[in-house]
Design a protein around this ligand. Structure first.
Ligand SMILES: Cc1cc2nc3c(=O)[nH]c(=O)nc-3n(C[C@H](O)[C@H](O)[C@H](O)COP(=O)(O)OP(=O)(O)OC[C@H]3O[C@@H](n4cnc5c(N)ncnc54)[C@H](O)[C@@H]3O)c2cc1C
Length: 502
């Protein structure tokens, strides 16, 4: 029960998080006539990853025409992979035009959510309002809580340092000596921009990435007009882009001939782009293709070869005053350190504040790694739906496709509860265990487990693949987009809610 004495508001559904998942869920509920919900967001704006990541060069790396809602296509993407600001604007437009703004509650972090067995409701505490809700949908993101390495000496650093997801726009980088920590998806977008302004840039690379050629052509006004006038053309482009990406799963599955063919593309790109054998060796991965996220850039290798840019093929080990020192023992004097060091993904932060039946903490329940039935619901946590949680990340296609399947599942559950008068839905432990066993079986032999790298898709406590969906994306939809009540124990009513918001 709430331990603060603030206002209590009763609503049907609380959605936590206003990124692609939470906003899309709101749109789906509203369009289906379920308008008794709120979307609580800890920040003071919507947009999730695209609000937080404002670093120079930020863009999606999956084509925008699939990295957008199927139910709100956008004919006006400026290029194949749109910049982050455009994606944020797209989400703003969706929220405004779908009439979602009045459902959003900003500066409202979910401090604690507790299942109240007596009323069969979630008690969701935020600093100023406590919500009593029948359903709780967590849409807190899996790349939302940035990870800073625990580095000796960081407090002694004389200059400025920040994470790529919390860009400090107050700091001018013009003429500065910059250390870029990391060589993953954000770092390869950042380096070309940092190299334009910095007097010296040193990149700390723990392990190199496979990088595909990635031309990013603009869509002309004529293209955009065509997409606007001919939704069929746009739909056909979406379909083609989706299925082209789907084909890449065969390599992730570990099928040798696809791996061999797939490897040739990034290694050929490296070969054509870098002539210095020593640098090429440092940039050649020693693990299997796709084990870590496969990246795309035409700008990274040229940026890396500029005279004022240095690749330090070693992790950053410590900081001493204005010097950053690698594990290999090399030291560089810098003014600014940019950490492109990723996010807390496999052990989601929100799970620390969610308490289910009998006071069970979600983080505790997941102490051996995240699990859920249909990658969505988990035993002991009735009426809780988890978006972008266990086995929902995509290693080869658009995240939005998975999120939309999850929205349909949740909408199905809410509709079922409404039509059948079901008040409490709790997935059985047997159904969850069976699903998890199936996912584990699909994971076997994939490059994420057998590819010889350390990646963030695997739970470090157990070695299980808990983040990525280890199959084709369309298989996720086939399996997980339709609510099947058979997997649930179902309770009917307790006290009816009294006040509504929306
Ligand atoms: C730089 C970057 C580029 C990416 N590019 C791609 C791409 O090209 N293709 C792709 O498929 N995916 C990409 N992704 C992955 C991306 O995370 C997903 O595509 C998508 O944005 C996830 O949406 P979401 O709503 O689940 O999470 P998010 O967008 O992360 O939104 C989660 C929201 O929940 C809020 N929140 C979290 N905890 C709480 C709490 N306790 N209380 C209240 N609010 C809370 C956060 O503030 C945030 O607004 C990228 C991610 C990043 C960081």
């Amino acid at each position: 029960m709430p331990n603060n004495e603030n206002l209590t508001v009763t609503t049907d559904t609380v959605i936590v998080g206003a990124g692609f998942a939470g906003l899309g869920m709101g749109i789906k509920l509203k369009r289906s006539g379920f308008d008794d919900f709120v979307i609580i967001e800890r920040e003071s704006d919507l947009g999730g990853a695209w609000r937080d990541n404002t670093y120079p060069g930020v863009a999606c790396d999956v084509p925008s025409h699939v990295y957008s809602y199927s139910f709100r296509t956008n004919p006006h993407w400026s290029r194949v992979r749109a910049p982050g600001s455009e994606i944020l604007e797209y989400l703003r437009t969706c929220a405004r035009e779908e009439g979602l703004l009045s459902y959003l509650r900003f500066d409202a972090p979910m401090d604690r959510a507790t299942w109240d067995q007596d009323s069969g409701r979630w008690i969701v505490e935020t600093p100023s309002v406590t919500y009593s809700a029948r359903f709780l949908v967590t849409a807190c993101g899996h790349l939302a809580d940035e990870k800073l390495p625990d580095l000796p000496g960081v407090d002694s650093f004389a200059g400025e340092y920040f994470h790529s997801a919390r860009w400090n726009h107050e700091v001018s980088l013009e003429g500065k000596r910059i250390a870029l920590i990391g060589s993953g998806a954000s770092a390869i977008q950042l380096l070309p921009e940092l190299a334009k302004v910095g007097s010296e840039v040193v990149v700390f690379q723990r392990s190199p990435a496979y990088i595909m050629p990635s031309p990013n052509p603009v869509y002309s006004e004529a293209d955009q007009r065509l997409f606007e006038r001919s939704p069929d053309t746009l739909r056909a482009l979406r379909t083609e882009t989706f299925w082209t990406a789907e084909a890449n799963f065969a390599a992730r599955r570990g099928v040798p001939k696809y791996l061999e063919a797939g490897r040739k593309i990034p290694l050929g790109h490296l070969d054509r782009s870098v002539s210095d054998p020593e640098l090429k060796a440092k940039l050649t991965p020693d693990y299997e293709l796709g084990c870590k996220r496969l990246l795309g850039s035409d700008l990274y290798y040229p940026a890396l070869q500029q005279d004022h840019v240095t690749l330090e093929a070693s992790a950053l080990a410590r900081i001493d005053g204005s010097r950053v020192i690698s594990a290999a023992g090399n030291s560089f004097e810098v003014d600014v350190v940019v950490f492109a060091t990723g996010f807390e993904a496999a052990e989601p932060v929100f799970a620390n504040v969610v308490y289910g039946r009998d006071g069970l903490q979600l983080a505790e329940s997941w102490s051996q790694g995240m699990t859920a039935y249909a990658s969505n619901t988990t035993h002991g946590f009735p009426n809780l739906f988890i978006m972008n949680g266990p086995n929902t990340s995509s290693g080869h296609n658009s995240a939005i496709y998975i999120l939309e399947a999850q929205m349909d599942y949740i909408l199905g559950a809410v509709t079922f509860a409404e039509e059948e008068g079901a008040h409490v839905l709790e997935v059985t432990s047997e159904a969850e265990a069976e699903y998890v066993a199936d996912v584990r079986q699909r994971s076997e032999g994939t490059v994420w487990l057998d590819g010889g790298c350390r990646n963030w898709y695997v739970d470090r406590r157990t070695g299980a693949l808990t983040l990525i969906w280890p199959d084709f994306m369309h298989a996720f939809r086939e399996l997980n987009a339709t609510f099947e009540p058979d997997a649930y124990s179902i309770d009917t009513p307790v006290a009816a809610p009294s006040v509504s918001v929306g």
